[in-house]
Design a protein around this ligand. Sequence first.
Ligand code: ZN
Ligand code: ZN
Length: 407
Amino acid sequence: MNKLEKYANLMLREGVNLQKGQPLLLTGYVENYDFVRLVTEQAYLAGASEVYVRWVDEVGARLRYLHGAEELFENYPEFQRLMFEHYNDRDACYLHIVASNPEALKGASPERLQKWNITSSKALKFHTDKTMSGAFAWCVAAAPNKEWAKKVFPELSEKEGMDKLWDAILQCSRVNNDDPISAWREHARVAAKRAEFLTNAQFRSLRFTNSIGSDFTLTLPDNHIWQGGSEKTLDGRTFSANIPTEEIFTAPHRLGTNGRVAASMPLVYQGDLIENIVLDFKDGRVVDYKASKNEALLKNLIETDEGSHYLGEVALVPHDSPISQLGILFYETLFDENASCHLAVGQAYPTCVKGAAELDDEKKKELGLNVSYEHADFMIGTPDLQIMGTKADGTNIQIFKDGNFAI
Ligand code: ZN
Ligand code: ZN
């Protein structure tokens, strides 16, 4: 097997844990047709009953925003909703290979972007809810494209940039290794151990401070669960939702965050970059926000719905993580979130509170889990980040010292 075949098999075996006779819904970008075909072949060889490729064309999407009729952004096509229903009914698994140009939708109207975001989120809520509660196995991984490589390595030629981005992706995914599957499992085992330690500690609150202006405290719900490495579907199948992954994450209590959060990296959102995000929280809710670039997109993000004013995820990633050590700003959340501690505004993963996965939205909220159509990670980690945990009995334990785990 060559490296790309090994990578495809890591996605299929450890990512979505494809079963013999199971359909695979594969989302791929048109720029990556050759790699997507390679994954398709490997999936059939691994026993998939069907590989259905959902092609993404970001250039075409931009043209639609620029020139399409207004009603396109107000109505979700029924046949597309039925496609998800069709594969949900057939117990499919879902693999998404991102190859995103960070500025793909530059110049599109923020109003249209927002309209479509809300229209599609509402129509696909049934599918997103199943995804986030682990009803089926799913995985997001990546492959490079020219525009993306140019953004990450502007000083290199197109060919050199593509080669370097492939190398970085394969290295972060532990494919630069004789036996990527064993390396991945060992990595997942170590992450699960750390998550278990934090779950057992049941911290009441965490206080984050650093020199770029973050100083905030968040509280954690009763019976919260920290997750890391691989996960399990509701019926017990192991899968890895992200390749790569370095994070240990849980859900903060939706009403418990107070203070100022300063983002440490630009955020790619709705096809463009938001820079220098600052959010102020009071009793869990964003009461003020600003950004130095594309503040209109930040407004779209925060004002998606009521739930997007609250946090749905807190994730710990040490500054010495292998992805962080590469020192590359990827402009892609899948990688940047694994180089930095981060938060997400919007929907919480219900698997982060014991017994919450199959509850309805109202019951989730009662337990402290946030509910929203949105879920967007943004980075807050720095080399001088300190995190102090406080337990129910008032004991303080330093969790992060100078950007790395202290426990
Ligand atoms: Zn995360
Ligand atoms: Zn997230």
